[in-house]
Write a protein that binds this ligand. Structure first.
Ligand SMILES: C[S@@+](CC[C@H](N)C(=O)[O-])C[C@H]1O[C@@H](n2cnc3c(N)ncnc32)[C@H](O)[C@@H]1O
Length: 294
């Protein structure tokens, strides 16, 4: 099993992911895939929709690789997809920069007695020379947006076997991003889709599949929006009332120190701009398969 260097501090993106995982207790860190095979969107059915997401990802991947493939799962979260693919007979290695998540991946690898190599590194730091030409597929399941795509594809090109593929399942920014409308700043993340498309057009990558799955993934946003505004928002207000009665100076001090952060978080999560409709305006969720042209 792999090595490696630990990052000293948890960055804010990782904090969000680890926090969400700990609060929900769900092992999947990706969206649900709400097609006709899963019940109507509700928190109760989120796990079923996340399982369906893994299934559609697996179907896509397996239609392009041999029966017992070698796969590199970049940004492998808690290792759920890595384990799922391994139990189907593939040999899957993982790249995971967040130490708290890395531990979960290693626990799963040990529990299932897998031969997976786990790198506690970012994709940018991956020692590609150690695994040059070894993989049938490089997978980015909602991790593509965190890494400069030139680096991702350059490293993928080196570690893939001839004929190997890159599978990306992630969202990108649409041409509406930056239009200054009220919802514009509600969702961060994602590379600019049109820039990425131009990059691909001028590269040696052939696009084997590019499917818009925004409609199947965006119901997640509606669920989260309702959860935040119906439950978390009121709970925060209750805490606010309690603290201003019991410890007014502490509350004033905390608010003064974190004023900017609170305003930003309040706008982002509780202002009602973070809706499914807004997500669909500013993001395009794509399932993309790439292969290097010879
Ligand atoms: C939304 S989660 C997706 C996790 C998992 N792939 C899944 O489908 O459940 C994003 C993942 O990307 C990882 N990540 C963030 N920045 C990264 C980087 N520079 N290189 C590799 N992975 C990264 C995070 O640690 C996290 O595991």
């Amino acid at each position: 099993m792999g090595t490696q260097k630990k990052k000293a501090a948890m960055d804010s993106k990782e904090f969000g992911l680890v926090f969400a995982q700990q609060v929900t207790g769900l092992e999947d860190l990706h969206y649900g895939f709400w097609d006709d095979s899963v019940p109507a969107p509700s928190l109760m059915h989120l796990k079923a929709a996340q399982d369906r997401y893994t299934e559609q990802l697996t179907e896509t991947l397996e239609s392009h690789v041999p029966a017992k493939a070698r796969i590199l799962d970049v940004g492998c979260g808690t290792g759920k997809v890595l384990t799922h693919l391994s139990l189907r007979g593939h040999k899957v290695d993982g790249v995971i920069p967040a130490p708290h998540l890395e531990k979960r991946v290693r626990d799963k690898v040990d529990t299932h007695g897998l031969e997976s190599k786990v790198w506690g590194l970012t994709m940018e730091e991956l020692p590609v020379e150690e695994v040059t030409g070894q993989y049938d597929a490089v997978l980015f399941s909602e991790s593509f947006q965190y890494i400069p795509y030139e680096v991702s594809l350059d490293h993928a090109k080196k570690v893939l076997k001839p004929g190997g593929v890159v599978v990306i399942c992630d969202f990108f920014k649409t041409e509406h991003a930056g239009d200054g409308q009220p919802g514009d700043k509600s969702f961060g993340g994602g590379h600019k889709y049109h820039e990425f498309e131009s990059y691909l057009n001028s590269s040696k990558w052939s696009v084997l599949e590019n499917t818009d799955i925004t409609a199947e993934t965006s119901p997640n946003i509606d669920l989260l929006d309702k959860l935040l505004r119906k439950h978390i928002g009121p709970a925060v207000s209750t805490l606010d009332i309690y603290m201003s009665g019991k410890h007014p100076w502490v509350l004033k001090l905390v608010k003064a120190i974190f004023k900017k952060k609170f305003t930003k978080l309040k706008f982002k999560y509780l202002s009602g701009h973070r809706t499914q409709e807004v997500f669909e305006r500013y993001k395009t969720y794509r399932r993309i398969v790439l292969k290097i042209s010879s």
